[in-house]
Design a protein around this ligand. Structure first.
Ligand code: NAD
Length: 323
């Protein structure tokens, strides 16, 4: 690339709210970092840059077609559904994601959600601080059913990196693991882990956790019909992408005791909209898309974002998802 390399980070704030450094990227070219960028601002901000990074700013076909200097798109995340990868492919623009930075953190978050449902640690602690233990006639009390996981079945939809990491923790807790994936590696099966069909997984699992990407084929996969297959006692966890679930159907199922509880780190529209039906659903935990965000994960993400661009500049592009 003969021109001076111009790099634009469209929405850098969540990766680096101030506790990390952009110096790795700054060493590779003239780097402009925006905290966040609205759709109306995108084209102007890209300008004649050859390199852009997005985390959740949509990069549509129109943006790709109108950004005439664009040579490479980096996604500051694992899920790359915010980029029209086909439109980029048609212009020969590689889109690179960061596949592995947050595997452990996301798997850990599944259990932060699940253990909260099983023990309600924060609500019990608040009750104690509000004086409820002090006036309790017995040495203990609990305000919700308490659930033991050992011996129960964890169903993982999508058994890639995060699905497998989640499965290992589930096994360590004494759970049996069932996995549904359209790419199966029989070498991963063992005494407490088996691949099954989606229908079998929905029927047999006590806990169901989503770990497949958001694609046309997976959008809305958890809906009235698939929920109908689940146990009434089922717990559903989603740390993958919000649109995998038809939220209206999940809220109805929770409010009508069709399943027991759910926890999500992601929703269909983020930030969550005031009228999202999950906000008022029974036995529902919602966190604001933070599974990826421990500092250790973000440090790895920053480093790999720089490495991805270096590999492209060296002519050996890495982690390209569309070419
Ligand atoms: P991965 O590519 O390693 O695994 C995804 C798996 O899903 C693959 O094994 C793939 O074969 C499988 N799959 C694809 N289509 C499927 C289908 N129709 N049915 C069943 N399985 C299907 O990805 P990963 O690193 O495990 O990440 C999984 C997802 O987690 C990402 O796509 C991303 O959306 C999400 N994620 C969320 C956060 C967060 O902060 N909440 C952070 C990182 C990743």
């Amino acid at each position: 690339m003969k021109d001076k390399l111009k790099i634009v980070v469209l929405d850098g704030y969540t990766l680096n709210p101030g506790d990390l450094s952009w110096s790795g990227l700054e060493q590779l070219g003239e780097c402009k970092v925006y905290d966040r960028t609205s759709y109306e601002e995108v084209l102007d901000r890209i300008g004649d840059a050859q390199i852009i990074y997005t985390n959740k700013t949509p990069i549509t076909r129109e943006i790709i077609e109108k950004s005439s200097n664009l040579k490479w798109i980096g996604v500051l995340a694992t899920g790359y559904n915010v980029v029209d990868t086909q439109a980029a492919k048609e212009r020969g623009i590689p889109v690179a994601n960061i596949p592995t930075y947050g595997t452990a953190a996301v798997a850990q978050m599944v259990f932060a959600h699940l253990l909260e449902i099983c023990h309600h640690v924060s609500e019990h602690s608040n009750a104690v601080k509000n004086g409820e233990w002090t006036v309790n006639p017995d040495f203990c009390f609990w305000k919700y059913p308490l659930i033991e996981l050992a011996g129960k079945t964890m169903g993982l939809i999508g058994y890639g990196r995060i699905g497998q990491a989640t499965g290992k923790i589930a096994q360590a807790l004494g759970m049996k693991v069932l996995a549904y994936d359209n790419y199966q590696n029989p070498g991963l099966e063992n005494e407490s882990m088996q691949y099954v069909s989606l229908q079998e997984l929905l029927k047999q699992s006590d806990v169901i956790s989503l770990h497949c990407p958001l694609l046309d084929s997976t959008k809305g996969m958890i809906n009235r019909d698939t929920i109908a297959e689940m146990k009434d006692s089922a717990i559903l966890i989603n740390t993958s992408r919000g649109p995998l679930i038809v939220e209206e159907d999940l809220a109805d199922a929770l409010n009508n005791d069709k399943i027991y509880a759910a926890a999500v780190d992601v929703v269909s529209v983020e930030p969550i909209q005031e009228d999202n039906p999950l906000l008022k659903a029974k036995n529902m935990i919602i966190t604001p898309h933070i599974a990826w965000a421990p500092k250790e994960s973000r440090e790895r993400l920053m480093q790999r974002a720089v490495d991805n661009l270096k590999s492209f500049l060296d002519g050996k592009p890495n982690n390209v998802v569309n070419l």
